[in-house]
Design a protein around this ligand. Structure first.
Ligand code: ADP
Length: 488
């Protein structure tokens, strides 16, 4: 049977050699790669398959014999060219399942494949080297830039210390701010190039967790207040006073998320929440949530957020400034700390960035019960101070211990009150019950805790659809753990 090459175009152009032969071993088709590698023109058609693979196929009366199994298994064969030189191939032999019962042999030149693999490896190494040189260059240039910027900054501060007229002081303050901004950009580029070059190392040490958060808060509170934004910070009492981690870098991530939140929010509130989500020996997983009621981010743009130099659109960078490096650096830092960063957002409603990291705990350090922070005395915070266990005069320990009948009973009660408050659009009450639910699930597995936190965020945003979806999710987790809430 003769075949026309153009009727089987994709295999004609394939990189691997393809030969088709019948039950007698007579070759009826060879593609361009096979013709070229075996040194034939069209005259290979009509020959016997044993001419190409004499070591593996034998011509016998009315056909051929072979030890090559038919199937997808790869086998090493030796292919012979027209000029009787040979080369090793990796081949597969399959048989068509139609009446013709034709055989198809697909073969790759092993030496060529090895050569290609070596080439790919070489190109990869060259690209890696070029990347390293580029990163080192960027690191050097930015480092060199820092010296003159700091020189200008030092002189400006010195001049500001002297007595000057109002106009001059205004100009000097502007130069000072420009230098500060420039330093921020330089630091970002330096971090980014170090991370890219794999030269970044974390410097973990023991630090006071609450003091760290207070410092972060102090960095942003003035700007937020100036914009009329509320700021709420909640810290789970399960986080001990001291933890071991790279404080500077945790501050950097939080600063970046909070300054974005502040930058992209013109009314409403910003919340920061920190909870412990897991403990394995002396390591603890911390989960942070930064939420705002700002401009939000389109679904299609969310995936781009953590890429380097990515800003949602050019008009945003013109209006708000920035290099688009911040979130990429955050992502890399979070991953270095063993965690993940995620975003949830709705256009014009706000964004919630959350990330987890692992920190060490100090020996003998007990979790200290701390009063939740309240900046403006929001209802959520007031609720956090009134523990749920006093309600019926029941044993507080049993109620607090996740999974006890008392705990489940309270959970059931508070969740049904919560959803009722949501239905009645009484968001303040819903936040109150939510805080109780959060406390009741403090010792729960991390998926339950995270679901509770997401529900809390949705309530704070007063987003009915999201609340019902998150409620459903939490309910499902709880139900799968013991059908507790089936009758809610
Ligand atoms: P930049 O330093 O330019 O702010 P980031 O990586 O921190 O870079 O942020 C990248 C982009 O992500 C921002 O330019 C903005 O478009 C978007 N973005 C980040 N955080 C928020 C937020 N809270 N609300 C809306 N958009 C945000």
């Amino acid at each position: 049977m003769e075949r026309r090459e153009d009727s089987i175009f994709p295999i004609e152009e394939a990189l691997e050699m393809i030969l088709i032969f019948d039950h007698e071993g007579k070759i009826s088709y060879v593609n361009a790669a096979a013709r070229q590698k075996l040194g034939y023109e069209r005259d290979l058609c009509g020959r016997h398959i044993s001419d190409v693979f004499p070591g593996s196929f034998r011509a016998v009366k009315d056909g051929f014999e072979t030890e090559c199994p038919v199937g997808s298994k790869l086998q090493n064969l030796v292919a012979y060219r027209r000029n009787l030189t040979c080369f090793p191939v990796e081949a597969r032999l399959i048989q068509t399942d139609d009446d013709s019962g034709m055989y198809i042999c697909m073969a790759n030149d092993i030496l060529e494949k090895e050569f290609l693999n070596r080439e790919i490896e070489r190109i990869k190494q060259e690209a890696g080297q070029a990347m390293k040189v580029k990163s080192e260059f960027v690191a050097n240039v930015t480092h060199e830039l820092r010296t003159p910027v700091n020189g200008v900054l030092g002189n400006v501060r010195e001049l500001l210390g002297r007595k000057t007229d109002e106009e001059t002081e205004k100009s000097l303050r502007l130069v000072e701010r420009c230098c500060d901004d420039m330093n921020k950009i330089i630091n970002n580029i330096l971090d980014f190039s170090k991370l890219e070059a794999g030269k970044f190392t974390l410097e973990p040490r023991r630090f006071h967790f609450r003091n760290m958060l207070d410092y972060v808060k102090a960095n942003h509170i003035n700007k937020m207040t100036e914009k009329g934004l509320g700021f709420f910070m909640t810290v789970s009492p399960q986080i001990p006073e001291y933890v071991i981690g790279d404080e500077l870098r945790i501050v950097q991530i939080l600063n970046n998320l909070l300054s974005n939140a502040q930058k992209f929010t013109s009314w409403g509130k910003i919340t920061l929440e920190a909870v412990r989500t897991a403990q394995v020996n002396d390591r603890m997983e911390l989960f942070f949530i930064v939420s705002d009621t700002g401009i939000g981010i389109d679904k299609g743009d969310r995936d781009k957020l953590f890429q380097s130099f990515s800003q949602v659109d050019a008009s945003i960078s013109r209006k708000y400034g920035g290099t688009g490096l911040g979130l990429n650096i955050c992502k890399q830092l979070v991953e270095l700390m063993g965690g993940r960063i995620e975003v949830e957002s709705e256009k014009n409603k706000g964004s919630t960035f959350s990330f987890s990291i692992w920190v060490g705990t100090c020996e003998g350090e007990e979790a200290v019960l701390q009063r939740p922070d309240d900046v403006k005395g929001a209802p959520v915070v007031m609720a956090a101070m009134s523990p749920p266990m006093e309600e019926n005069g029941e044993d507080p320990e049993n109620i607090r211990t996740y999974g006890t009948p008392e705990n489940r009973e309270q959970l059931k009660k508070n969740l049904s009150k919560l959803i009722l408050s949501v239905e009645m659009e009484n968001w303040e009450k819903a936040e109150m019950f939510m805080e109780t639910v959060r406390q009741l699930t403090e010792e729960a597995p991390r998926e339950v805790k995270r679901a509770a936190l997401r529900l809390k965020m949705a309530i704070q945003k007063e987003n009915y659809e999201k609340v019902t979806a998150e409620f459903e999710e939490l309910n499902n987790f709880l139900q799968s753990e013991g059908d507790v809430l089936h009758d809610l």
